[in-house]
Design a protein around this ligand. Structure first.
Ligand code: ATP
Ligand code: MG
Length: 572
């Protein structure tokens, strides 16, 4: 493409409403423009990158045996009522009515539509397993769209759905998608990690989020410094300690007056003890029943773990009335001695035999409390948030924290939708069975933005070759010199003939301006055609990423570039 004909509005200024570097660069490099809050148009350069990424996704999905479909974005309310999500999805679901007053929504995801399609068409085990995917626009009315296309309202997603006869089949489908995702993000040259994610009570054990590592990422993750264990902070398991201090206290329980002393900090200051000697008692309402969760004063409760452990539908901190009823005490002085509720404790309390806790009486705490003697712990479990330097649950190595951008998600759905929507089939014995499903998403725009977060420098974007909108930009330094133009044009024709995607920067601009734009839009190779070198029959090639420069005879330029480009393309 000749630059002079391109619709490529670049900007020098940093847009004032863009916090994230990828957002700034996507505007500055003319990849996209905002239409309205959380809704963007891709311009030609940006759309080329999107198409590049979509193509990688397509190739890998097809390779994994998934088949492409294209489902409607407008979805009838009835399907969502069947799955139960019309009520539960909340305000992210954009609902509207047609002229006949029928209700619809814009698809934020497509479980309902695909399950409806499959239940109507698949009747027997011979038609299973199947995996169907699409690359399509989703709409989610995000409460706070931000970071450009990273968290917007209208966005492209690849979503795939697998249907299997049983759990074992679903497991294989899941693995295939997991492997395809590894290949997709590797081909994009991204530094990423699949991390174990919470899938709540419906998803079974298996859910992984694919995280592109970036300090600017919204998600907190932890990973092992030794093995490849990685998980979302909320999900990260903490192994039951094998050894713990089993010193047995011989002190008698004692009540201490602690007027106005409520928080762990205040208790520690007042009684001159370390936070891990204090036990926090948190009263939760689990499906409207009070449950006391005990944890050491220096730890945080992980509500997701508590919820999963109890297997309840709803879990929230109890209100004052429930606390009063279970403990007889106001907030701040709650403890486990004499409590009217099931008591569960984090593993870190194992072996603890002398602790401080609230006395269930205003302005009092208890000292020398001995679990087992003074109150009963019904269960010990992993109920706390992981911390940096905790041992890795898999290998014992040290846990490190990091931040990431969730670009993909693979999820075992089980029979959550197939059961509600009656997606059944006849098995080998003619018996009716429910299909077992999985769903697998990749954010298209978000991945492109994440790639920029990882691949940029002070001058602009540094595209990985596999995503670059063009591989080469040819820059004659002065288009008023015919010899330079002619030489540039010949190279442009040769490369184009060979199928290389090239920009010929034929604008009548100063060389400095052209170089700045080439760097900003991040084209992997720039060929400079200047008078001095051309007089010697040479051209200069500069690699955007390494800054490496090669000055080659004109006839060797195209072969050199072809070689570089195909070599990189071969990395799969
Ligand atoms: P998040 O926790 O970031 O909101 P999610 O769990 O809602 O993501 P999924 O429903 O699993 O996301 O959607 C699959 C993929 O779609 C995500 O991994 C992400 O890459 C992308 N995605 C989700 N929401 C958005 C959004 N608002 N803007 C851009 N991409 C998104
Ligand atoms: Mg979301």
């Amino acid at each position: 493409m000749r630059y002079s004909e391109m619709f490529l509005p670049t900007e020098r200024e940093i847009p004032s409403d863009a916090e994230l570097i990828s957002h700034q660069l996507m505007i500055r490099a003319g990849l996209m423009r905002k239409l309205t809050g959380g809704i963007y148009s891709y311009l030609p350069l940006g759309y080329r990158v999107i198409r590049k990424f979509e193509q990688i996704v397509r190739e890998e999905m097809n390779r994994a045996g998934a088949q492409e479909v294209f489902l409607p974005m407008v979805q009838p309310a009835e399907l969502w009522q069947e799955s139960g999500r019309w009520v539960h999805y909340g305000k992210e679901l954009l609902r509207f009515r047609d002229r006949h007053d029928r209700e619809y929504c814009l698809g934020p995801t497509h479980e309902e539509v695909i399950t409806d399609l499959v239940r109507n068409e698949i009747k027997t085990y011979r038609q299973l397993p199947r995996n169907l995917y699409q690359i399509q626009t989703k709409f989610r009315d995000e409460i706070r769209p931000r970071f450009g296309v990273m968290r917007c309202r209208e966005f492209g997603m690849k979503d795939a759905y697998s249907f299997d006869m049983d759990e074992a089949g679903a497991e294989i489908s899941y693995r295939k998608m997991f492997d395809a995702y590894q290949r997709i993000f590797t081909r994009c040259g991204l530094n990423f990690r699949p991390v174990e994610a919470d899938s709540g009570s419906i998803g079974g054990r298996y859910s992984h989020e694919f995280m592109v590592m970036a300090d600017s990422g919204e998600d907190a993750i932890c990973h092992c410094s030794v093995c490849d264990y990685a998980a979302n902070l909320e999900k990260a398991d903490i192994a039951k300690p094998v050894e713990y201090d089993a010193a047995v206290s011989t002190f008698d329980i004692e009540e201490v007056k602690t007027p106005g002393v409520r928080t762990i900090e205040e208790v520690c200051g007042f009684l001159k003890v370390a936070p891990d000697a204090v036990v926090k008692t948190l009263i939760f309402s689990a499906d409207d029943t009070p449950v006391a969760v005990l944890i050491r004063g220096n730890q945080e409760v992980n509500e997701i773990k508590v919820k999963n452990f109890l297997g309840c539908n709803s879990l929230e901190l109890a209100d004052d009335a429930m606390i009063k009823k279970a403990t007889g005490s106001p907030r701040g002085f709650v403890g486990a001695v004499g409590i009217q509720a099931r008591v569960i404790a984090d593993y870190s309390l194992l072996g603890m035999s002398d602790c401080i806790m609230g006395a269930n009486r205003e302005d009092y705490h208890l000292r020398h409390v001995k679990p087992g003697r003074d109150f009963t712990i019904a269960d010990f479990a992993d109920l706390r948030m992981i911390r940096e330097s905790d041992p890795c649950p898999r290998c014992g190595g040290k846990i490190r924290f990091a931040r990431g951008i969730e670009v993909g998600h693979v999820f075992k759905l089980g029979t959550r939708y197939s059961k509600a929507m009656k997606a059944v089939f006849l098995d080998q014995n003619g018996k009716e069975k429910i299909m077992v499903m999985g769903c697998y998403g990749i954010g298209i725009g978000r991945t492109v933005a994440a790639a920029i977060e990882q691949n940029h420098d002070a001058d602009g974007i540094v595209w990985p070759l596999s995503l670059a909108p063009y591989a080469v930009i040819i820059t004659p330094v002065n288009v008023r010199e015919k010899t330079l133009c002619d030489a540039a044009e010949v190279l442009y024709c040769i490369l184009t003939e060979q199928g290389v995607e090239v920009i010929l920067d034929n604008r009548d601009e100063r060389a400095g301006v052209k170089f700045k734009d080439a760097d900003l839009i991040g084209i992997p190779y720039r060929v400079t055609v200047g008078p001095k070198q051309l007089a010697e029959g040479k051209m200069e090639i500069k690699a955007r990423r390494s800054g490496e420069v090669a000055i080659l005879p004109v006839s060797e330029v195209a072969p050199f570039l072809m070689d570089r480009i195909s070599e990189k393309c071969a990395v799969r």
